[in-house]
Design a protein around this ligand. Structure first.
Ligand code: ZN
Length: 346
């Protein structure tokens, strides 16, 4: 047993660029563990990595997939506190640990940070190697598939709402695009924080699912002027915080919904990254536009604790075998899903 099946990207482009190959099983180095991957969820990042980087470069060939759950298969030299057979999930950021940002406990702004599945081989393979310090124990009440649906979206939404957005109980939070993974996590986190939660989505079925996650008001952006609806249900006051990873399509409208001293927190721009907005509203209503980039290990651990206690739930839409990885990318690009697309690896 020296080879494994892996989904390998050798050049950027459409989803047919992802090829299943037989390649050598990786060996863990000092401080690393090898995992027998059991499940790996897809993210928008996987689509972006496949298409090609907006900035910088991505080392190819690459095995994608940063949302990993599996069983420890081998320990590298110097690893303590973990044993083979432990069931784990993986924090997907690898940071330098020595820069001023890392020393301040802000790994998301480490200029040298790397993301598993973008800069380092990820979990779309039978085996992968990760730093032991990136491991978290899998809650016993979750399957590997559910566990793989957690890291990226829950750490991202936690970082946006709690750490950057400083969401308070009683505030009004608008979470855009309920069907997306970050939004389905954000709705739950905001609800658990005691906020009054608004969200937007595109079909009656998704509206029902969003309410089940804890959204108080759900607007169908295909059928109504959701800005007017938000202002109407808040008696013209608006929202205190908007969580946005949609980008150019939603920013101008999202800003209009913000109350005085409101905050727009952004973590992505998959609908487009260039936008024209009126500056006057920013100072007149004292709005804040806040960037959020991924999340910290502690953000993920905080969300995971609430998941283990049953307060928050990973949302899995579709489960596919590794052989159907291209179909998974297609689903991501079609926006037909609600929650995560997870690849199971048998
Ligand atoms: Zn650093």
């Amino acid at each position: 047993m020296s080879n494994m099946t892996a989904a390998v990207l050798r050049e950027h482009g459409d989803r047919n660029k992802i090829q299943l190959e037989q390649i050598p099983i990786p060996e863990p180095g000092p401080g690393e563990v090898r995992l027998r991957v059991r499940a790996c969820a897809l993210n928008w990042l996987d689509v972006g990595v496949r298409r090609g980087p907006k900035f910088g470069t991505i080392p190819l060939p690459l095995i994608g997939g940063g949302d990993i759950a599996g069983t420890i298969d081998a320990l590298g030299p110097g690893v303590a506190g973990w044993e083979t057979g432990d069931e784990v999930l993986v924090y997907p950021l690898v940071t330098c640990g020595t820069c001023e940002f890392c020393r301040r406990g802000e790994p998301t702004t480490c200029p040298d940070h790397q993301i598993i599945g973008e800069h380092i081989d990820g979990g779309l393979a039978e085996y992968t190697v990760v730093p032991a310090e990136n491991l978290l124990p899998k809650p016993a009440n979750l399957s590997f598939t559910e566990a793989a649906a957690i890291p990226v979206v829950f750490m991202t939404a936690w970082h946006m709402l709690v750490r950057v957005g400083k969401l308070q109980a009683g505030e009004r939070a608008l979470i855009l695009g309920a069907g997306g993974g970050v939004a389905s996590a954000g709705i739950q986190i905001a609800h658990h924080a005691g906020a009054h939660v608004f969200t937007t989505t595109s079909t009656p079925e998704k509206m029902t699912l969003a309410r089940e996650l804890g959204a108080d008001e759900v607007f169908n952006y295909r059928e109504e002027d959701w800005v007017a609806s938000v202002l109407e249900v808040t008696n013209g006051r608006g929202t205190d915080l908007v969580q946005d990873n949609v980008g150019a399509v939603t920013w101008p409208a999202a800003l209009k919904t913000l109350a005085r001293n409101g905050r727009l927190v952004t973590c992505g721009s998959h609908s487009g990254a260039e936008v024209e907005i009126g500056i006057g509203q920013i100072y007149h209503r004292q709005l804040s536009i806040l960037g959020s980039n991924g999340g910290t290990y502690q953000d993920l651990a905080s969300a995971l604790q609430l998941i283990g206690e049953g307060h928050l739930h990973p949302v899995v839409d579709t489960v596919l075998p590794l052989e159907e990885i291209r179909d998974g990318h297609h689903l991501m690009e079609e926006h037909g899903h609600f929650g995560k697309v997870v690849i199971e690896i048998q």
